[in-house]
Design a protein around this ligand. Structure first.
Ligand code: NAP
Length: 267
């Protein structure tokens, strides 16, 4: 099985790199299409054969096609793929581009829509995906394995849920960075140097995140929080402030706003 990556930018090249680093390779060959010279140099470094135009790229029934160009370039690429996908399937990571529009554009029914996130660039991604009816179970297994080469992957039960994934894990890294920034500013105002505060705040997020991964459900996650929160202690005082400021309501509102924006962009 081979992979053809169309658009060798941030996400396309990161996905190819992660797949090339796998001990037991999923694809026997990875090729790419991108028109920029800079991307050609990166592809050469990684040992990926790159074509300047999709016309020169070879696609057969054993070629999984990964569409990783910006949403505004999708329709022109789809047009170039028209009637060239017989026997295979297309995986798109373009934000807000529906399966139906890709099916119309390519004249092909087997399409998978994926929403990855930027930690995928360092192998710690969280991707949600949804497959059209015409995608076979074997093809779905390939998608799951491909996404797991750079993090975790969750198949959602409806295409609409991809917009929820966008609002949760797609935009989520920015919510985390914002919270880290606020913690650092709080600690520096109390006297820590920015370097000290940054190291401690980031490791707290990493360690807290890893501990959170041990929780099997929301109840266990709440228990982890309660264990740090002794009666009358410092954490309890801090959480009271977050509750008074309606932190949870505000976070839910932020996720909902991102979701609504994803709907607007997709319509
Ligand atoms: N970055 C993220 O955090 C993220 C997260 C989730 C999903 N996504 C999705 O991932 C996709 C790619 O994002 P990205 O950040 O990787 O974009 P990017 O870095 O701009 O990469 C896209 C690449 O595709 C090239 N390209 C454009 N038109 C092409 C064509 N017709 N044929 C071949 N190559 C073409 C671009 O070249 P030029 O620059 O020369 O046009 C660029 O090198 C987007 O659809 C985005 O919605 C991104």
């Amino acid at each position: 099985m081979k992979l053809l990556v169309i658009g060798f930018g941030n996400m396309g090249s990161a996905m190819a790199k992660a797949l090339l680093q796998k001990e037991d390779p999923l694809f026997e060959e990875i090729t790419a299409v991108d028109h920029s010279e800079q991307k050609a140099a990166l592809a050469q470094e990684l040992g990926v054969t790159i074509f300047k135009s999709l016309k020169s790229a070879f696609i057969d029934k054993d070629t999984v096609v990964l569409l990783a160009v910006k949403p505004q370039d999708i329709q022109s690429v789809a047009e170039e793929l028209k009637d060239r996908l017989d026997g295979t399937f297309l995986v798109s990571i373009a934000a807000g581009v529906s399966i139906e529009s890709l099916q119309k554009g390519t004249n092909h029914p087997a399409i998978v829509r994926v929403m990855p996130n930027t930690p995928a660039l360092i192998g710690s991604g969280a991707s949600g995906w949804f497959a059209a009816n015409d995608v076979t179970n074997d093809q779905k297994a390939i998608v799951q394995a491909m996404l797991e080469s750079f993090g975790i992957a969750v198949e959602v039960s409806k295409e609409d849920h991809i917009d929820v994934v966008t609002a949760l894990s797609g935009s989520g890294p920015a919510y985390m960075f914002y919270f880290i920034e606020a913690m650092i500013e709080g600690a520096t105002e109390l006297g820590l140097s920015p370097e000290e505060a940054q190291r401690l705040a980031i490791q707290t997020m990493v360690g807290g995140g890893q501990l959170a991964q041990t929780a099997l459900d929301l109840e266990e996650l709440k228990t982890l929080r309660k264990r740090v929160t002794s009666k009358g202690g410092t954490t309890e005082r801090a959480l009271e402030i977050l509750e008074k400021g309606e932190f949870k309501t505000l976070t839910k509102k932020a996720v909902k706003a991102a979701y609504e924006r994803a709907l607007e962009l997709g319509s």
